[in-house]
Design a protein around this ligand. Structure first.
Ligand SMILES: Cc1cc2nc3c(=O)[nH]c(=O)nc-3n(C[C@H](O)[C@H](O)[C@H](O)COP(=O)(O)O)c2cc1C
Length: 209
């Protein structure tokens, strides 16, 4: 399976990091096309203390604790409209934007995108492939909500960065991973540590989580 992962400048760089780590660990993904916005690099520096400016494949492999010669993740320049994710004729399963800023959300919803993230998302929708958007902002204004609705109507899956607590996470990683596993589920990517809901203590089945 080949997927595109886009990281934008919303808070929650850790969601992107853990998504990439779990995709790599799944063994089900042969290629991840990675695209980062400039703001994504700023936020990653603030939140994770990592410098992804001028990142190359080697730096990304280090970040993900992958072998130096790993070809799993292919980093594409944000301005490279000739990159493979920019073309519908390049087959792949879909794309996830994690985390997705309101700026990128609006650009994709308008269809008038100007960088490779916007273009790749547009292509994913036009080809009828799965586009998973992980928006993060609070509170949402009406423009944000309308953009999400527009994208949902266009076929995108809106999967907000809203952590759950029913699995009683003990660490930030456990909280983040629970959300990341929902992303992987969207693409049918296996993961071993899923904390799936199997019914409440009272035996109350609840399938809406
Ligand atoms: C530390 C930090 C946190 C931010 N958090 C958010 C956020 O949660 N949601 C959001 O929409 N924008 C957030 N922003 C603002 C975006 O980074 C900014 O709007 C940027 O232009 C988005 O560009 P991009 O979509 O190309 O990444 C944050 C910025 C910084 C520096």
């Amino acid at each position: 399976m080949e997927l595109t992962v886009a990281i934008t400048g919303a808070s929650g760089s850790i969601y992107a990091h853990r998504t990439l780590i779990h995709l790599a660990a799944s063994g089900a993904v042969e290629r991840v096309n990675l695209i980062m916005s400039e703001s994504a690099q700023t936020v990653a520096r603030v939140e994770l203390g990592v410098d992804l400016r001028d990142a190359d494949g080697r730096c990304i492999n280090d970040w993900l604790a992958l072998p130096q010669d790993s070809k799993l993740v292919r980093l594409h320049r944000l301005d490279n409209m000739a990159a493979t994710p920019a073309s519908g004729s390049h087959l792949q399963a879909g794309m996830v934007v994690v985390p997705c800023s309101m700026g990128t959300l609006g650009a994709i919803a308008s269809g008038a995108g100007t960088n490779l993230i916007h273009r790749a998302a547009d292509v994913t929708l036009k080809e009828g492939r799965k586009l998973v958007i992980v928006p993060r902002e609070t509170p949402y204004n009406a423009i944000h909500l309308e953009n999400m609705l527009k994208l949902a109507h266009a076929g995108a899956r809106i999967l907000p960065a809203s952590p759950a607590f029913y699995h009683r996470p003990q660490t930030i990683e456990e909280m983040v991973d629970h959300l990341v596993f929902r992303i992987l589920d969207q693409f049918g990517v296996p993961h071993s540590q899923a904390s799936r809901w199997t019914g409440g203590e009272q035996g109350t089945e609840n399938s809406s989580q």
